[in-house]
Design a binder for this molecule. Structure first.
Ligand code: R1P
Length: 290
């Protein structure tokens, strides 16, 4: 059945509504960054760029890095933007935009986030890199989808017990990364851990400027949560929804984090640009092998 105009909105030129993209504009391997200025920090290393566009915070460039065709797209900040980006990217590959019908053969994208993050652990210092083996969603957007198959109730239950999770907040969700992608990015230099994904930068990540927090102890409870081999290593704002929506839609996803702050000891990187640039090169060197 054709998806109605109001549900899958296309621009007059046939591109998807927010991203301004047509199917031929993207590769099947896509790098997500938060900051639109980071797109060119990646594509300046490309041998050629065939396509560029931008609408709102969603800037996209596609080109070749060595022999690999790659797309880089900025998602802006937060889980709500990822809902838009992942659904529209999936529509580009898995819905026929002319007939508005689902394709019978589905395409799986490789999605790699290259983002910044704050460490929650003393032993993961600023300027380190981290692969998110799992994401702990504490923001709730994913509950609007049928997520039964993608969560890890055993860890979630332990986390809720440990934190005395308030029943008025959305149930936390733990989601695994793509083991297929992880193997391309492993190395001695890179930490691994479970990444907390918050739906805000201040209160939801325990920062106090003027507003008191509902649970001022939440960050320290996150720091010292441990269950089997799991501990929460870092905080950011996109990974759980990238992992969750990718799993639901059949895409592979991995989040790479440049640690620019350490919330456990109060450190902030002396040169955050440099650590992001280094992570970009680390990611590009490995992405060509996928
Ligand atoms: C907050 O400053 C932003 O930085 C982090 C967070 O996830 C959030 O998007 O990632 P990016 O540097 O990739 O945007």
């Amino acid at each position: 059945m054709a998806i109605k105009d109001s549900e899958l909105i296309l621009n007059p030129d046939g591109s998807v509504y927010h991203l301004n993209l047509k199917p031929e504009n993207i590769s099947d391997t896509i790098i997500f960054v938060g900051d639109q200025d980071r797109v060119e920090k990646i594509t300046k290393h490309f041998d050629s760029i065939e396509f560029s566009t931008q609408k709102r915070e969603f800037k996209t460039q596609t080109g070749y890095y060595q022999d690999k065709r790659l797309t880089v797209i900025s998602t802006g900040i937060g889980p709500d933007n990822i809902d838009i980006v992942l659904n529209e990217l999936d529509a580009l590959v898995n819905i026929n935009l002319e007939t508005r019908e689902l394709k019978s053969e589905l395409t799986s994208l490789n999605i790699i986030r290259v983002g910044t993050s704050g460490s929650l652990q003393d032993d993961i210092p600023v300027d380190a890199f981290l692969i998110s083996t799992h994401a702990l969603d504490i923001n709730g957007m994913l509950h609007f989808y049928q997520i039964d198959g993608i969560s890890n109730p055993e860890i979630e239950d332990e986390f809720m017990k440990h934190t005395h999770w308030d029943k008025n907040k959305a149930r936390p969700i733990v989601i695994n990364n793509s083991k297929y992608l992880e193997k391309y990015f492993e190395g001695d230099k890179i930490h691994k851990g479970m990444t907390g994904t918050a739906g805000g930068f201040y209160g939801p990540q325990g920062r106090v400027l003027r507003l008191p927090l509902h649970d001022p102890d939440l960050n320290s409870k996150l720091d010292n949560f441990s269950y089997k081999d799991f501990r929460i290593t870092n905080f950011e704002m996109e990974t759980s929804v990238i992992y969750g929506l990718s799993k639901l839609l059949g895409h592979e996803a991995l989040s790479l984090n440049a640690i620019i702050a350490n919330r456990a000891n109060g450190d902030f990187s002396k040169n955050p640009k440099k650590v992001v640039d280094k992570l970009i090169l680390y990611a590009l060197e490995r992405i060509v092998n996928i």
